[in-house]
Design a protein around this ligand. Structure first.
Ligand SMILES: NC(=O)c1ccc[n+]([C@@H]2O[C@H](COP(=O)([O-])OP(=O)(O)OC[C@H]3O[C@@H](n4cnc5c(N)ncnc54)[C@H](O)[C@@H]3O)[C@@H](O)[C@H]2O)c1
Length: 399
């Protein structure tokens, strides 16, 4: 395949690095985003998201003329879509962004073009979108290619993983799969695994549902162990001595924009069958409420015994250790709930300097002030903290 002119619709955490990597591999990329601010920033060779080395790469490809941004699609050979797929209502996938991206490119589509969806999507989305194009462009029916290819990059290492991770590529027919494989071959060094559209869609959802189920097992164990007066960390360490057992670590819950979200796409499509997947989501959400109850009960006991309101240090706000990402974070939720319920809270997050609504304290300051110290995230900065004569609640392993 010679380097095709490519439109990338949606220039966020996935779309922008992908556009930049494609452009750096000699593909002429037109990035499209509904946000004029995003378009303006990129055309200045700058970026609007946090991702190591992305600023330099975007600056280079914009300077070299391989990446330009605009608010509307243009005539091209390949169209990629990386727009958001959030929930609406009670965990129902909202496909309106993908639909609107499809509608925006449909007038420009020509015979032989390739359309690829990368947004995390419920099973059947690619075929549904193909139908929308067919309905609006009956002149093209059967004459364009369409595929789904999910993204599984790790924030913080996106540029490397975009080029080196394996990809699952599923077309609506074999010709589409082959065409999409050839396209990704222009900039991906990882293996390109051919499948059909529905399997590629489900692959992404299953990857995150699998993690969610495994974490739910650990979280459920932590609540059982607490009732049985068993140290859950010791329990898991001992059980993992079995050569074929590998239990994950429990925590405050599950956060982030993928594991806490994607399993619902399966539950919503397969409500009868997706029982363990639904339970896992419920258990992981419940674990966060359980943590709040534990802290509240400890605080009430302290107040009754010492006749003063306790000061509570909440150690960690991010959704996982050693990052600054607060999206869907259970630790942030716990901290905010305690604040809203009138507790005297001293939040600590070593990976961020300030927060719009929450005053952030240093580790030393919070520990010194607190009567109750609550470990919510296993940040490396917390490992060696030792305190005497204070109440400590650790919902992560405190080695
Ligand atoms: N962020 C990740 O780590 C990650 C990983 C794997 C998969 N995904 C999936 O990739 C998709 C995109 O996620 P993201 O994190 O990049 O989102 P994002 O919110 O960072 O970026 C999406 C961009 O799309 C733009 N947009 C929305 N509607 C548009 C439209 N109709 N036309 C043009 N632009 C439009 C928005 O302005 C925004 O800049 C989602 O489905 C997400 O679930 C994300």
């Amino acid at each position: 395949m010679k380097h095709p002119k490519t439109v990338m619709i949606g220039l966020g955490y996935i779309g922008l690095p992908t556009a930049a990597v494609m452009a750096n591999n000699g593909i002429n990329v037109i990035g499209v985003d509904v946000s004029e601010k995003v378009v303006k920033t990129i055309n200045q060779g700058k970026i609007h998201i946090v991702e190591p080395s992305l600023d330099k790469l975007v600056n280079k490809v914009v300077q070299d003329g391989y990446l330009q941004a605009t608010t509307k699609p243009v005539v091209a050979d390949v169209y990629l879509i990386a727009v958001p797929t959030p929930f609406k209502g009670e965990y129902i996938p909202d496909l309106s962004y993908v639909e609107s991206a499809i509608m925006s490119l449909t007038p420009f589509l020509a015979k032989g073009n390739l359309v690829i969806i990368e947004s995390t999507s419920p099973v059947g989305t690619t075929k549904k979108m193909q139908q929308i194009i067919n309905d609006n462009r009956p002149d093209l029916e059967g004459d364009f290619f369409m595929a789904y290819c999910p993204e599984r990059v790790l924030p913080g290492n996106v540029i490397y993983e975009l080029e080196h991770n394996d990809r699952a590529i599923g077309g609506v027919n074999e010709a589409s799969t082959k065409k999409a494989q050839a396209f990704y071959g222009l900039f991906v060094k990882g293996e390109l695994h051919a499948t059909n559209a529905q399997t590629a869609e489900m692959t992404k959802l299953v990857e995150n549902a699998s993690r969610d189920v495994q974490i739910a097992f650990a979280n459920e164990l932590s609540m059982i162990a607490d009732k049985a007066d068993i140290n859950v960390w010791e329990l898991i360490t001992l059980a993992n001595k079995h050569p074929r057992v590998n239990i994950l670590q429990p925590g405050t819950g599950v956060g982030g924009h993928c594991i806490a979200v994607d399993p619902w796409f399966i539950v919503n499509s397969f409500p009868e069958e997706a029982r363990i997947i639904r339970s896992a989501r419920e258990i992981n959400n419940y674990k966060t409420e359980w943590v709040i109850e534990k802290i509240k009960n400890t605080a009430i006991k302290f107040e009754i015994e010492s006749k003063k309101k306790p000061k509570i240090a909440c150690m960690g706000l991010a959704f996982k250790p050693n990052i600054d990402d607060l999206r869907e974070s259970p630790a942030l939720y716990v901290t905010q709930s305690l604040i809203l319920q009138g507790f005297d809270v001293f939040p600590v997050e070593p990976n961020i300097k300030e927060h719009e609504h929450i005053k952030i304290y240093t580790i030393d300051d919070a520990i010194e002030k607190a009567d109750i110290i609550v470990y919510l995230v296993a940040h490396k900065e917390f490992i060696n903290i030792e305190v005497n004569h204070k109440i400590v609640l650790a919902f992560i392993e405190k080695k």
